[in-house]
Each structure stands twice: as structure tokens, then as C-alpha cells.
Ligand binder design. Structure first.
Ligand code: HEM
Length: 546
């Protein structure tokens, strides 16, 4: 017996020894890389699948916040089938990692489904690379924070929204979506857009939504197990590959449709200066891009940035406006206080002693602090992207004694930072704009101003570091103008029959959201009524000029 056993054992030992050596070497390497530091705390995983069963796919932000509380740590981690997820729970930690250590924390994990299989190409999803830098630079060069290129179009789309809502008061959801989509098309391509319904806006919007759905973490199995992309399409379970193939043409349409229509329309009536016209004009002026290869590359960057404007602006800004409207429709006391402030400032008497009303403009912003506080509170109470857009690391790092390996997916928990009781008070879960104002000296009993000592939610909701949202000024001004104009002209309140849908058993209003990556208020009924005779006159005058 003995000689036979040893015959079998010899080759097995030959294989076993290098395997064990490999494991020991990689453990040693890992120990060296991590300087012996553990990963941030988190739920204990299982062999092979790690924390695949613990990672929340719905209401992610509060679930991650509970982890942070449970482990008493500003950062927690989990293992998603081999990829380390690191969730940042506190603002100061987000600044330390995503801003101060931006050289390591500014990339993105690849979305195999949306980018490789469906062919959607946007610098929002791109890794930290020269291509990303070139496209972001193009974007920022045209949409400079103080450049104001968006202002005229914002007035136009918001004023149209007022008229359209007056015509169809029950369609606020669709009309706000259309308003933001029109703005994006106008800014990117300069194309005129039809009132209420426009075929190009609808086409691009439906493609953007379909791609957006694939970006919900965990939705596309191939993003969790990237090797699945190499399995042939006909194998069982590969339906996602067949689906991606069947919709690939849409990504090309998304990128090309606006561009081709704009090229045909340049110089015709109603076409506006836009990102596209500006970028194409500068392309013609640069000697370095005269040769055809460089020109082709530069044109590709321009097309990507132009289509990114719609993808980045539409869902986010629509949701921000709808969240604001939901907050005020369910908190009528706040709505009335904002309207009092607007009335005081915008009503006057004409030469015959008759009361007149005018629409708010951006020049009025500093004089309407309570409106600003209500907007800030809506962004804090129900942030559009509760878990931000994940970054990924390009180098190993150690923070607070914890090891954060290269290739980690880093999730800033915006929702948790915006509900930090240390910053916003014990009632952080409530909708209460007063937390952002303080008495203004020398302005009597009712004078208020924004309290600069309370952290402005916009320092969180638009993300961090080198990937911070470069369109935040456009989002903020569109939201402000839409909020100010709607409240000047309309009264709106969620009817009592709707209350059971959003009021909890403790009598608190809960924002009701569709689960997913973005926070979308579930559709609720809300009646819009013109507030006064002066507002009716205002709408009639507006109807003649728009
Ligand atoms: C309320 C509306 C909006 C919100 C809440 C929002 C939020 C965000 C967030 C959280 C990020 C990721 C930041 C990070 O990685 O840390 C982002 C990225 C981005 N946003 Fe916005 N955004 C809004 C509107 C807009 C608008 C109107 C535009 C364009 C006109 C825009 C353009 C972009 C672009 C291009 C990126 C990608 C930046 C990069 O990866 O380098 N966003 N936004």
C-alpha cells in the first residue's frame, strides 16, 4: 500500500506547495500593502460571496447609516464579491478623503453594462484619465459658474411652465420633466423646443431613463461579476447581453440625434448659441486640431459632452424641483410663509392705486431668505442622490488606522451627512427651513437672514473633490427660479385624501421615494390654483410675451 500512496502524493504535493506559496505570498503582499491595518469595520461576510447578501439594494443610504452607527465608525466597508465597498458617513471624512486626497479618490468603477455592453459613453462614468480631463474641461469652459450662458433659457422655460401649468394644472410631473429636458436640449444644442411635448426631448429622455435604470447598483449582474460578459450570448442567463445588444443603437442615437439636428438647423430662426455651436467654433480656430485624427478625437469629445448635459441634468434637476414641490405641498404652513415673503417684495401699487404683482428675477434672490431656506431644506431633507455617485480609488490608502485598497468603490452617504444631528439638530428628520435662518440685526422683529454657521446642503448634495458636479450652478438657479415663480403664481396643496400615502403613524410627513439610485418622489396628487387676481393678470401678460 505505502508505495502506491506515495506515488499519488508526489504530484499532489508538487501542486500543493506552489499553491500554498502563492497564497502565503499574496497574504504577505497584502500585509505589506496594508501595513497590517484592517479594512474599515463592517458586517462579517461569507467565504467567496463576501457581503453579497448584506449589501442593501433599496433605501441604501439609511441602511449604510445604520452600519456606521452600529460599528461606531465614520467609514464602514463591505466585500461585494471581491470588490471592497467603503461608505463614508461623515462630512469631514468625505472632505479628507475625496478632496484632500483627491489624487487617489477621483476615479469611477466601470459600469460594464451601461458603458461596454450598451455603448453609453459619458465622462460622468469615465475613469480618472486624460479623456475625462479633456471632456470636463470642455464642459467647464462653456458652463463657467459665473458665465451666465444658461440664464436667458432658464427664464424662458420657467415662464412657459407657468403658462402650461395654468392650462393643465394636473400635469405637474410631466411638465416639470419637459421643462428641464427643454433647458438641457437648448443649452447643449441650441435647438428650439415645442411647448408641453417635444419629440426630441421625449426620445432623448426615454433613452436616458433606460440607461439610468441600469446604473442602479446591483441591477446589472454583469457589473457585479464582470467576467460574465465573456459568456456567449446564447447561454442561459445571458438575457442581459442580448438586451444590451438590442438597445445599443439607442446609445448612438442619444449621442448623435441632437448633434445632427443642430447641424441642419444652424443659422435658422429660433436656434440659440449653445455648447455645441461654441465648441465647434473653437475647434475650427485651433491649429493643433487641424489634422484629421486629432479633429476626429476632439469632435468625439464634443459629442460626448453635449449628450452628457442631458443625461446629467434632466433626472437630477427634475427630481430636485419635484421634491421641493412635494415638501411644500405637504407643509402648507411653510408654503404660506414663503408666499408672504414673495408678496411683500413683489407686489406694488400702480398709478391708479391698484395692486400689481411682478414675477421674481435672480436680482431678488438676496431679498428672499425664507424662500432660500425652504429650498436648502428640501435639498437636505430629501437629497436627490442619497448615496452620491460612487468614486473609486486608484491607489492603496490608510485612513484612521484602516486600510482602503486600490480599486475600492467609495460611496459618500449624502443622506447621512445631511441628517447629522450634530450639524442640523435633533429634529434632522423633519422638514424645518427655520434651521437655516437667524434674526437679521437692524431689520426689526421679522427680519431674517441665512445663517452662515449652518452647513449649506449644496456643499454635500453636489458631491466632492475633482468629480464635484460641474453643473451645480445651473441646477441651483433653475430650482430657485422655478420655485420662486411657481409660488408667486400658484397655490398648491396635497389634498387630505392623499395624506395616508405620506403621513406616518406618528403624524410626520415622510418623503415617499421610489427605491433606486436617485430619490424620486412617488407621484402624488396636487392641485395647482392661480392664487389671486393679480396673478391672473400676470399670466395673461406673460402669455402675450412668450
Ligand atoms: C439638483 C440637480 C443636480 C444634482 C443633485 C447633481 C448631483 C451630482 C453629483 C452628486 C455628482 C457626482 C459628484 C461626485 O462624483 O462626487 C454629479 C456629477 C455631474 N453632474 Fe450633476 N447634479 C445636478 C444637476 C446637474 C446639471 C444641471 C448638470 C449639467 C448642466 C450636471 C452635470 C454633471 C456632470 C457633467 C457630472 C459629472 C462630473 C464628473 O464626473 O467629473 N449636474 N452631479
Amino acid at each position: 500500500m505505502l508505495p502506491i500512496l506515495s506515488d499519488l502524493q508526489a504530484p499532489a504535493t508538487l501542486l500543493l506547495v506552489p499553491a500554498v506559496l502563492c497564497i502565503l505570498y499574496s497574504k504577505w503582499q497584502y500585509r505589506k500593502r496594508s501595513s497590517g491595518c484592517p479594512l474599515p469595520p463592517g458586517p462579517r461576510g461569507w467565504p467567496i460571496i463576501g457581503n453579497a447578501l448584506d449589501i442593501p439594494l433599496e433605501s441604501m443610504a439609511p441602511a449604510y447609516a445604520r452600519w456606521a452607527k452600529h460599528y461606531g465608525s465614520d467609514i464602514v466597508s463591505a466585500n461585494a464579491l471581491g470588490t471592497t465597498l467603503v461608505v463614508i458617513d461623515k462630512y469631514d471624512t468625505a472632505i479628507e478623503l475625496l478632496e484632500k486626497r483627491a489624487t487617489k479618490y477621483s476615479s469611477r468603477a466601470k459600469s460594464v453594462m451601461a458603458v461596454d455592453l450598451m455603448g453609453y459613453d459619458s465622462f460622468i462614468l469615465g475613469p480618472y484619465s486624460d479623456e475625462w480631463k479633456a471632456q470636463r474641461k470642455l464642459f467647464v469652459r462653456y458652463f463657467r459658474p459665473n458665465g451666465g450662458v444658461h440664464i436667458a433659457q432658464e427664464y424662458e422655460v420657467v415662464h412657459r411652465l407657468l403658462l402650461d401649468l395654468n392650462d393643465v394644472p394636473g400635469e405637474v410631473y410631466g411638465l416639470v420633466r419637459h421643462m428641464v429636458g427643454s433647458l438641457a436640449i437648448s443649452l447643449a444644442y441650441g435647438l428650439p423646443v415645442q411647448r408641453r411635448r417635444d419629440e426630441l426631448v421625449e426620445l432623448i429622455d426615454s433613452i436616458a431613463r433606460m440607461v439610468g435604470e441600469q446604473l442602479v447598483p446591483g441591477k446589472a449582474i454583469v457589473d457585479v461579476l464582470p467576467w460574465l460578459r465573456h459568456i456567449p450570448d446564447w447561454m442561459p442567463g445571458m438575457g442581459f447581453k442580448r438586451f444590451a445588444k438590442s438597445v445599443r443603437w439607442m446609445a448612438t442615437k442619444f449621442r448623435m440625434e441632437g448633434y445632427e439636428r443642430a447641424l441642419k438647423a444652424f443659422g435658422t430662426e429660433g436656434v440659440r448659441p449653445s455648447f455645441l455651436s461654441d465648441a465647434l467654433a473653437s475647434l475650427d480656430n485651433v491649429d493643433a486640431v487641424k489634422d484629421s485624427e486629432a479633429r476626429h478625437k476632439a469632435l468625439g469629445d464634443i459629442l460626448n459632452v453635449a449628450s452628457t448635459v442631458f443625461g446629467a441634468a434632466s433626472d437630477t434637476t427634475t427630481d430636485a424641483i419635484l421634491i421641493f414641490l412635494f415638501a411644500l405641498a405637504t407643509h402648507p404652513d411653510v408654503r404660506k410663509r414663503v408666499q408672504n415673503e414673495l408678496d411683500t417684495f413683489l407686489t406694488d401699487r400702480n398709478e391708479f392705486g391698484k395692486r400689481t404683482l411682478r414675477l421674481p428675477t435672480f436680482e431678488d434672490q438676496d431679498n428672499l431668505p425664507f424662500l432660500m431656506a425652504a429650498i436648502m431644506e428640501s435639498q437636505r431633507w430629501a437629497p436627490v442622490a442619497p448615496t452620491g455617485v460612487p468614486h473609486s480609488t486608484t491607489e492603496d490608502d490608510v485612513y484612521g488606522g484602516y486600510f482602503i485598497p486600490k480599486g475600492s468603490v467609495v460611496i459618500p452617504n449624502h443622506w447621512s451627512m445631511l441628517n447629522d444631528e450634530g450639524e442640523y439638530g435633533a429634529d434632522a428628520l423633519d422638514f424645518n427651513p427655520d434651521r437655516f435662518v437667524r434674526p437679521k440685526s437692524g431689520e426689526g422683529e421679522h427680519g431674517i437672514e441665512i445663517n452662515p454657521d449652518i452647513r449649506n446642503p449644496s456643499t454635500i448634495t453636489f458631491g466632492f473633490g475633482r468629480r464635484v458636479c460641474p453643473g451645480s450652478h445651473i441646477a441651483q438657479s433653475s430650482l430657485w427660479l422655478a420655485a420662486a415663480c411657481l409660488l408667486t403664481v400658484f397655490d398648491f396643496e396635497a389634498p387630505h385624501t392623499e395624506r395616508p400615502r405620506y403621513v406616518t403613524s406618528e403624524g410626520k410627513v415622510n418623503p415617499r421615494f421610489d427605491a433606486g439610485f436617485l430619490c424620486v418622489p412617488k407621484e402624488f396628487k396636487c392641485e395647482f390654483k392661480v392664487r389671486s387676481e393679480e396673478a391672473k393678470v400676470l399670466l395673461a401678460e406673460l402669455g402675450m410675451s412668450v
